[in-house]
Design a protein around this ligand. Structure first.
Ligand code: ZN
Length: 310
């Protein structure tokens, strides 16, 4: 039987990052500007190392190349998903991602980026940017040229437990005081539309206005989220989203429950509480992959988990 693969996360310093990855999850972060924890990632900019079992010390991308059977022998040149925790102490730049088609042509065969956010925690008055008010590309161009950011950008209040889907072409930004678990396509292509005129080491960060205008969808339409909730005696499974790139669910467990791993692979992040999986201790902040053909597994404890698969 294949082992569960526990990940060693990779951390990223960002001008907008903070220290809640250490405070809330006990991670050993590099500094007090740590913005991202790449929790389940085989991306070359942050490739997780396996912490346990026969593959201890190997990277997730190495496993993808050399032991594809762990992922049901799916074709493809890269592990398809990337799971991150983002700690925004300050506002992130307002950005947009291309779809697969645009990225393939304009970004050297890269994938586009579809992503979704589960709000792990946030300040009482926290907001995010999602969508814009331009009715056409022409109006979008004019508003950007005139720097009418306040009229253009849509702000929305958020609270802990909210879930948002960011389709390619959606203007978006995480704002200060927000801790998010992001599940996304394995891509790092971001076009920065506006950065609040901030300076990084004395210089503004690069903007990508033309590419942003190319890919922003006009008018903005909110993506649909939410799905079926299945309740058992000791657990509740809520579908958050299913699309062509990923299916994401939330599991709340209070006691023991046996599940069947019937996916090609299953990414799991423990977001609250503690417990165990098949007798292996689990705590908030742990991330792992249950490989193909693992069979049934038992969760036990008081925990909340976010899972994803293709
Ligand atoms: Zn994004």
């Amino acid at each position: 039987m294949n082992n569960i693969l526990f990940m060693e996360p990779v951390f990223k310093s960002m001008i907008w990052g903070g220290n809640r990855l250490a405070i809330n999850y006990g991670y050993n972060i590099p500094n007090d500007n740590t913005g991202e924890c790449w929790a389940i990632s085989a991306h070359r900019n942050g490739d997780c190392i396996i912490k346990n079992g026969e593959f201890r010390g190997k990277s997730l991308s190495w496993l993808w190349e050399n032991h594809r059977e762990l992922f049901g022998n799916i074709p493809g040149d890269r592990f398809p998903l990337l799971v991150k925790i983002i700690d925004a102490r300050d506002d992130l730049s307002i950005q947009v991602h291309p779809d697969d088609e645009y990225a393939k042509v304009k970004e050297n065969g890269s994938l586009g980026k579809t992503e979704c956010w589960y709000v792990l925690d946030c300040d009482e008055d926290a907001e995010i940017v999602i969508g814009h008010n331009a009715r056409s590309k022409q109006e979008l161009k004019e508003m950007i040229e005139r720097k009418q950011w306040r009229d253009l950008i849509c702000l929305r209040s958020i609270k802990k437990g909210d879930f948002l889907q960011i389709d390619p072409g959606t203007v978006h930004a995480i704002k200060k005081g927000t801790l998010i678990l992001e599940t996304q396509q394995n891509s790092d292509i971001t076009y920065r539309l506006y950065d609040y005129d901030r300076l990084d080491n004395g210089k503004p960060r690069e903007l990508h206005i033309d590419k942003s205008i190319d890919v922003i969808r006009c008018p903005h339409v909110d993506a649909k989220v939410g799905g079926k909730i299945t309740r058992f005696d000791t657990c509740e499974v809520e579908e958050l989203i299913q699309n062509q790139y990923y299916s994401v669910s939330k599991i709340k467990i209070h006691g023991r429950h046996i599940f069947e791993q019937n996916k090609l692979f299953l990414n799991v992040s423990v977001i609250e509480g503690k417990g165990e999986i098949d007798g292996i201790p689990l705590k908030k902040g742990d991330h792992f992959i249950i490989p193909y053909n693992y069979g049934s597994y038992e969760l036990n404890g008081e925990m909340e988990l976010i899972t994803s698969h293709i």
